[in-house]
Design a protein around this ligand. Structure first.
Ligand code: NDP
Ligand code: GDR
Length: 372
């Protein structure tokens, strides 16, 4: 039997890495598009790399960019994918306020470029397309919990760009009969989550504080609530969405919401430290209330978290909680992780990472400036 071929944009990101691993295990030939960078940007997929000189290679990387339509069209023509997973994006909501035009070019028009390539190449009946849509579309919440029929109200240049991508995907499905689907995924995290998203920022900083490598860290809105799942569960859903009989749009979420403040408490609880929060808004601080782990001795009363208003967003999404009933009932999705397992997975991994840093520091190792 011929192997299926998948093309993943954003292969070097969190989801791209987990999805590549998942599809390779399923026996797919996987092609990924990576951006040219002045330094290596393939850390998350290095373990999947195959020497191009060996036979039966099933993982290939191509240079490309969502802002370059000729490049995308050429790669799609060469690869002839059965499935395209469009995961590439300028994916940071706060950064999108700084780079709104680029965000629109990449996240909105990038999706159009892929759909147009399929149309130009006459591959409407061959290739199925997964579009990485987002719970940020709901923005200023119109309904709780959010489902496939909840109206959108985007609150950032990122969300507005993703709203164009959502509708152009629906439009190409209806206009040209392309099997194209939106996965409206709520936040999903993991040990390889980007370091500037709030969960990973918290688990990294908590691990550093536990090991005495850092005193405290700063966050923005502690009241924001998110529906956090594990990326491994969510990439499995991306694949299931493209195996359904009919192309549709799907909400993927845990159905539970947690504040940023509570995520901080859970991360510290993992190292046996109880936190208490005092003060309001930009004056809020988190202190050590008790410490019950002989490995990580933190002083009672020590301030470990503070609010810095520079992390506040011009417009915020205060509350997200999704209802994935449709995906559970029609696709049989059963997530393996809950929030407790997720925090444990991230903390275990970041503690290991920081232990390496601690080891180097204790050994007197200093990273040298290139020009010294
Ligand atoms: P990441 O930020 O970890 O990865 C984004 C990927 O896109 C990286 O591989 C990045 O390359 C690549 N990329 C960025 N700009 C371009 C460009 N112009 N051309 C080509 N590639 C580009 O995101 P995630 O893996 O977390 O998310 C995957 C997708 O799912 C994104 O579209 C995101 O918006 C969406 N999403 C994510 C959710 C989440 O909670 N994680 C929830 C809902 C939707 P490089 O490595 O070089 O930076
Ligand atoms: P989000 O994720 O904006 O939901 O987008 P992020 O982790 O950046 O923010 C979640 C919430 O935490 C609040 N917050 C902070 N956020 C960051 N990054 N840094 C901080 O210091 C901080 N302090 C508080 C934020 O204000 C926000 O309310 C993610 C991305 O993966 C998108 O690509 C994806 O579409 C959505 O999830 C679903």
């Amino acid at each position: 039997m011929n192997k299926k071929t998948a093309l993943i944009t954003g292969v070097t990101g969190q989801d791209g890495a987990y999805l590549s691993e998942f599809l390779l295990k399923k026996g797919y030939v996987v092609h990924g598009i990576k951006r040219r960078s002045s330094m290596f940007n393939t850390d998350r997929i290095d373990h999947l790399y195959q020497d191009p000189h060996v036979e039966n290679q099933n993982f290939f990387l191509h240079y490309g960019d969502l802002t370059d339509s000729t490049n995308l069209t050429r790669i799609i023509q060469e690869v002839q994918p059965d499935e395209i997973y469009n995961l590439a994006a300028m994916s940071h909501v706060q950064v999108s306020f700084e780079m709104p035009e680029y965000t629109a070019n990449c996240d909105a028009l990038g999706t159009l470029r892929i759909l147009e390539a399929i149309r130009l190449l006459g591959m409407e009946k061959k290739t199925r397309i997964y579009q990485a849509s987002t719970s940020e579309l709901y923005g200023k919440v119109q309904e709780i919990p959010q489902t496939e029929t909840t109206p959108f109200y985007p609150r950032s240049p990122y969300a507005v760009a993703k709203m164009y991508a959502y509708w152009i995907t629906v439009n190409y499905r209806e206009a040209y009969g392309i099997y194209a689907c939106n996965g409206i995924l709520f936040n999903h995290e993991s040990p390889i989550r980007g370091e500037t998203f709030v969960t990973r920022k918290i688990t990294r900083a908590t691990s550093k504080i536990a090991l005495g490598l850092q005193d405290k860290f700063y966050l923005g809105n502690l009241d924001a609530k998110r529906d956090w799942g594990h990326a491994k569960d969510y990439v499995r859903m991306m694949w299931m969405i493209l195996q359904a009989d009919q192309p549709e749009d799907w909400v993927i979420a845990t159905g539970k919401t947690t504040s940023v403040r509570d995520f901080v408490k859970m991360s510290f609880a993992h190292i046996g430290v109880e936190l208490t929060f005092e003060g309001k808004n930009e004056n809020e601080r988190g202190y050590v209330k008790s410490c019950n782990n002989p490995l990580y001795q933190l002083e009672i009363g020590k301030e470990v978290v503070a609010v810095d208003p520079k992390y506040f967003r011009p417009t915020e999404v205060d509350l997200l909680i999704g209802d994935a009933t449709k995906a559970k009932e029609k696709l049989g999705w059963v997530p393996q992780y809950n929030l407790e397992n997720l925090v444990e997975d991230m903390m275990t991994s970041d503690l290991k990472l920081m232990e390496k840093q601690q080891y180097l520091k204790e050994g007197g190792y200093k990273i040298k400036n290139y020009f010294e």
